[in-house]
Each structure stands twice: as C-alpha cells, then as structure tokens.
Design a protein around this ligand. Structure first.
Ligand SMILES: [Zn+2]
Length: 495
C-alpha cells in the first residue's frame, strides 16, 4: 500500500509583537502526535482534514507524524520550534521509506533565529526522504514565499480565498496532486514571482484588487491542461523577513518556461493594481460618526489594527473608549483581559464593578479604559462554531475563550475573555447571550476574516484605521529585514 507521511506545523508570526510564542501556545490550540493526528483532524474543515480525505479516496495509507497550530502571535521561541520540528523529523525517520509527504504549513512562521521556518522545515524533510520522494504542502495565502520553500517541495498549494473558506478543498487538491505524481507520472515544475509589493492585512481581501484580478487570471491559467496549480499569496506584512510580500506560484507538468511566464504575468497584474495597497479604511472619528448615524444596525466596525488573526493581543481599547465617550447604545466590544475577567468572577453576576480594562499587553493598542458597569453574565467561554468559518477552517470547530464575563456599561456591552479569540463566528456572541442581529454596533477585532460570518448580517461595514500591530498603515512599522525598495513604503520603483 502506498504510504504517505502527513503532518503540519502552522503559525502566522507577527514579528513586531513583543510576546514570544512557546510550546504552550500550540498545546492550547492544536498539538497532537502519531495516531492522535488522524483521530483529531479527520473530518475537520481544515486543510489537513481535506488531505486525509483525499488520501483515503486514493486508497493510500496516511501515516501521521505531528500536527501543531497556534493562534497568530509573536515570534516562536527557538526551543518550541526545535521541539516541534525535531519531533516531526524523528517520526519521519522512523517511518522510512515513505512514498510521499503531505503537509499543512502556513508560510509566515518565524522563530528566533529563523526567518523562513517553512523553507527550513521543507529542507530538513527533504534531507530525510531524499530527492525522489514527492513533498506537497498547502500554504495559507498569507504566506511569504522563499526560494528554499520552492526548492525543497514538489508542489505548494495556497488557499485561494480570504476569508479562508476553501482550506479543506485545497488540502484535498494537494492530495490529488500527490496522487498524480505517484500514479500518473506527473512531474511538477514550479516557478514563482515576487513583485515589490507589500499588502496590509486589510488589503489582502480576495474580493478586492490587487488580489482579485490576479485570481481572475489565475482561474483562466488553471484551465490550461499543462498547468497543475496556480497559487496567489497576499503575504504577511507583519512578519519582517526578506521574503515578505505578494507572490505567485505557478506549477506546471515539466514546463518551466510556461510556469515562469505565467508567474511573471501574475506578478505584473499585482503591480498594475499596486495603488490598492494604499487603502487604510476610515479614521476613527469618521467611522464612529457613520456608525452612530446609521439608520439601522448592525453596523460592523472592523478594528483593523487589533486584528487577532494577525497576531495582535485582542485588548485594543480605541473603539471601546470612543463608544463609551459617544454614549452609544446596543453596542458590543470583545476585549481580552484575564485580570478583568478574574475581577468580574470575584464580584459575581449582578454586581456593580469598576475596573481598568484592556490596553495592558503593549503600547500599540490604546490605553486601558476605566469601565464602570454591571456584571451581566459569567461563562466558561466554550462554544462550537456555526457553519463555515475562517478560523474553524484553520483550527477546527470547538472554541475555548477561557472564562468570560459580560459587563454592561450604559449602552455598551463588553465581552471580556481570558484567551484572545478571533471574531470568526456569530456563535461567539450568541454563546454569551448576545444576539448579533439585535445589536446596533458590533466591533470586530479583524481585518477581513470576520466577513464570512458578519458580512451576511451587517447593515453596514466600516473598516477602521485603528492603531495596532496589524495596522493598515505599514509606514508605522520599522522594518529591518524586508527586501527594499517595496511599494507602498518606497517610491520611484521600476518593475
Ligand atoms: Zn491567512
């Protein structure tokens, strides 16, 4: 029976964030080894779930190594990185020989001393399995593609959608490509192009330029029988590496000339739409005025700077303070603050409370807010997502926000949680007794991912140019490793 090693190590690293990501962050989100990988990931909407189903349909035997994923956050500690990769490689060595390797990786993982974790992981796997063994991996479309990633893999398949609602399908596609390599003699030949273009998280929405026109052309290219896969990556600007930015990977069946020409054509499309990279959303005052004057709700305000899915702490206070100052009613904000939750638990449901909330993790996301209110509800913060969801597609359906407290301050409800939780799903509020559809204003700490769930119920959506570690204005960040010149940070670039 054809034996395929499967696994993954997934983290989107915000290198500007002051926190470090240790092994406990992976243990808290997803960390399993050996047979537990299959038990846990089979039938999930994740890319690995799709890959497992694809292998099953091919009649192949999936042999699980290790799967680790953590919520986006600061640089991964070297100890955590080496422990994860070392474990995965030890299991792979023990399995030799295998007929192929099928992985789920991100593409924007950075560890202490290693700017290109995926390139490193793929090179170390290649050293174990040798050049004759196919290696196929999925990537998040926020990955920053490096030469080492291309050199040490046979095919890289990035998600096409942001919000990432096609993770399962891309995992399935990766398995199908691996099957063609093994059963049909497919010889993947990939090329990539990397225009000098850096996108904020806000401008990586695949319904807008520059990514949308790239995808439109990519779909045409994928209809060409010589093409195996076209992957468009928006990149992750908050990982400061030499490879950060937009890229296009085109994989053909032993046709390097076509792969190169198509990749360059896609890079040119990105470049032609580069001015879209300058979009920053609305100023806080403008967004607040529009939200307060909207004829009906819910008005969704996207707190772009504190985009938890981009590695921020989720304790940003700028919009909370603005709502309280404006005397807003039927408004809700989620803030991560374990200390405040503990205090609310101590005073109990129905009690008056006064405390400082949010703005405690760093100096990027506004000052702590003096919150005076009533504790409405206390819960264990567990919920199961409804329907398709950006983060469920990455991490699975069961969410644990840690202990939670809902505190009402005038017309503003604050949902305090112990663990930062990206606002990917309406079940987050519903599970805490808050009906999203009945709100006038909902603040979501997200740039794009919230659209999958909140888009259908929103009367209006305003993206707000709030300060933070995922801010839309990239000139606020001090880059040290990024390849320059790059648009929109530098001018006069000839491409
Ligand atoms: Zn992503």
């Amino acid at each position: 029976m054809v034996k395929i090693a499967i696994g993954g190590i997934i983290h989107e690293t915000n290198t500007f964030a002051p926190d470090r990501t240790g092994i406990e962050a992976f243990a808290q989100q997803s960390l399993c080894e050996g047979d537990a990988v299959l038990q846990r990931m089979r039938d999930t909407p994740t890319s690995l779930g799709g890959s497992i189903e694809g292998l099953a349909q091919a009649g192949y035997l999936p042999v699980p190594l290790l799967y680790a994923a953590a919520t986006p956050s600061g640089t991964v500690t070297r100890d955590a990185y080496e422990a994860l990769v070392g474990n995965l490689l030890a299991r792979l060595r023990a399995l030799q020989p295998v007929d192929g390797v099928l992985l789920s990786l991100h593409g924007a993982m950075v560890a202490e001393g290693i700017d290109d974790c995926e390139g490193d992981i793929l090179a170390r796997i290649r050293a174990v399995v040798g050049s004759g063994c196919p290696i196929v991996s999925t990537l998040d479309m926020h990955g920053n593609v490096s030469p080492a990633m291309l050199a040490n893999s046979d095919t890289l398949v990035a998600f096409d959608q942001n919000p990432h609602l096609d993770t399962y399908e891309r995992g399935f596609e990766a398995a199908a490509i691996l099957r063609r390599i093994i059963d049909s003699g497919l010889r993947p030949t990939a090329a990539y192009a990397h225009p000098p273009l850096l996108l904020s998280a806000l401008t990586t929405w695949t319904e807008q330029p520059p990514l949308r026109p790239m995808h439109e052309r990519a779909q045409e290219m994928e209809r060409d029988p010589r093409v195996v896969n076209v992957s468009i990556l928006g990149g992750f600007a908050y990982a400061d590496t030499p490879f950060s930015g937009v890229s296009a990977i085109v994989t053909t069946d032993k046709n390097p000339v076509l792969a190169g020409a198509f990749a360059r054509e896609l890079a040119q499309i990105a470049w032609d739409h580069r001015t879209a990279a300058g979009y920053k959303g609305l100023a806080v005052d403008d967004a607040m005025r529009r939200a307060l004057n909207a004829p009906r709700g819910p008005v969704v305000l996207a707190d772009v700077g504190d985009n938890i899915g981009g590695g921020t702490p989720g304790d940003g206070t700028v919009l909370l303070q603005a709502l309280i100052d404006a005397g807003a009613h039927d408004a809700v904000v989620v803030i991560t603050d374990p200390e405040a939750v503990a205090h609310a638990v101590q005073v109990g449901t129905g009690a008056q409370i006064e405390m400082l909330v949010g703005g405690k993790c760093d100096t990027w996301h506004g000052k702590s807010v003096w919150l005076i209110g009533v504790v409405e509800r206390l819960t264990d913060g567990r919920y199961c997502v409804e329907g398709k969801d950006h983060f469920a597609q990455l991490y699975g359906r069961d969410v644990n926000m840690g202990r939670c407290a809902v505190v009402r301050c005038g017309g503003v409800r604050v949902l305090l949680n112990e663990r930062k939780t990206p606002p990917g799903n309406l079940a987050q509020l519903r599970s805490q007794g808050i009906a999203p559809e009945a709100q006038r204003i909902i603040v979501v700490k997200s740039a794009v991912a919230f659209r999958g769930s909140y888009g259908p119920i929103a009367a209006e959506i305003y993206e707000v140019d709030t300060p933070g570690l995922c801010g839309a204005d990239l000139s606020r960040f001090t880059y040290q490793k990024l390849a320059r010149p790059i648009y929109p940070l530098d001018s006069g670039i000839i491409y």
